[in-house]
Design a protein around this ligand. Structure first.
Ligand code: PHE
Length: 350
């Protein structure tokens, strides 16, 4: 892993805001990737990384993902993301102190960057940040709402599009979907899938969390190391990124991959490995755009029906991308990227 200086200098985004918080030993990275369509907006992730450089790398890659997410959804916002690279899990007053100082930093940017919930942060955390700045999305009179259920609704529409493309019908009854991660998005997604009659397999590094949900839904659980080999129709990564790589792709026993995690592919070329194996890949930044879309629309006071329509529309977008990919013999990621680059006024991808 290269050092912070090189990573900040060589990144092809707009720039990176860096602050070290001495009171908690936290590195704060706000990566601003692109503002072609609008001002950067993206979630705030909190995690203990092995090194600060890995936190910075995550922020930069996630910011780029947000650029694609907004462009893919046709929403006039830019790509950005924040990472709070904590030295260890923070609780209580320490956590609140960090969040308040971070909130003041976001406020000082005067809207150049606005944020919301992401992996490792909660809606309560967002409410703390919102005491310092108005540039937090999902604020209501009662507090800050959780984007997870909206993201889950979008992923469910995406999974239906996948199943329709593969099997000719979007009926989920009897289809097996394996979820990696049962957190903020995975749990509501699992409930939606179970209600639609799917056979749901659950996996999570947090045994307690996965056990409770499995019991609630009468679902089976899969131990984390066995996830990649487990036979299923759809594998849904709903946790960390980088899980689709040279090592895992040859092991997959699924027909399709469609989940909520950001940056599921280790490298863009891994989409081609999936394509060669005949595994249909729903580009993550399309499948997981529900929360972002819902929050952007709420910020514009859009009616609930419009939000419903846009979440369902994620399935239609994917269905068109899949059909185009099949016609051209290309991976769906190539098709999605071409559309996004057109939106951003860039050259078509080679
Ligand atoms: N963090 C979520 C995502 O990556 C949702 C979100 C996006 C929340 C932007 C707020 C702002 O899409």
């Amino acid at each position: 892993m290269s050092d912070l200086e090189t990573m900040i200098r060589e990144w092809d985004g707009l720039g990176t805001v860096v602050r070290f918080d001495p009171l908690t030993g936290t590195w704060i990275f706000i990566a601003l990737h692109d503002d072609t369509l609008g001002r950067p907006m993206g979630g705030t992730r909190m995690r203990a990384y092995p090194t600060p450089a890995e936190g910075l790398r995550d922020a930069q890659r996630l910011a780029e993902g947000m650029t694609h997410k907004w462009a893919g959804a046709g929403i006039e916002l830019g790509g950005g993301k924040a990472v709070l690279a904590v030295p260890r899990p923070l609780e209580g007053g320490e956590r609140e102190g960090l969040l308040r100082r971070y909130g003041r930093l976001v406020d000082a940017l005067q809207g150049t960057f606005s944020t919301g919930q992401d992996l490792g942060t909660t809606s309560e955390d967002m409410a703390v940040i919102a005491r310092e700045t108005r540039f937090v999305h999902g604020r209501t009179e009662g507090g800050v709402i959780d984007p997870g259920p909206y993201t889950a609704r979008g992923v469910l529409a995406a999974i239906r599009a996948v199943v329709r493309h593969l099997f000719g019908s979007d009926d989920l009854a009897g289809r097996t979907v394996l979820l990696q991660g049962t957190g903020d998005v995975g749990s509501p997604l699992a409930r939606g899938l179970a209600a639609a009659g799917a056979r749901v397999l659950l996996s999570d590094v947090d045994q307690e969390r996965v056990g409770g949900l499995a019991e609630e839904l009468g679902a089976e659980t899969v131990p984390p190391p066995a996830v990649y080999e487990t036979r299923c129709d759809v594998f849904a990564p709903c946790a960390i990124g980088g899980v689709l790589n040279r090592e895992t792709i040859p092991r997959l026993a699924c027909r399709a991959v469609c989940g909520s995690a950001n940056n599921q592919l280790d490298r863009p070329e891994d989409a081609e490995l999936l394509h060669e194996r005949g595994i249909l890949y729903a580009p993550d930044y399309i499948a997981n755009s529900g929360g972002a879309i819902a929050f952007a629309l709420m910020g514009r006071k859009a009616p609930a029906e419009e939000i419903d329509r846009r979440l369902a529309g994620i399935g239609d977008v994917l269905e068109r991308d899949f059909a185009e990919a099949a016609r051209e013999g290309l991976s769906p990621l190539r098709i999605a990227r071409r559309r996004v680059e057109r939106m951003l006024g860039k050259e078509e991808a080679a």
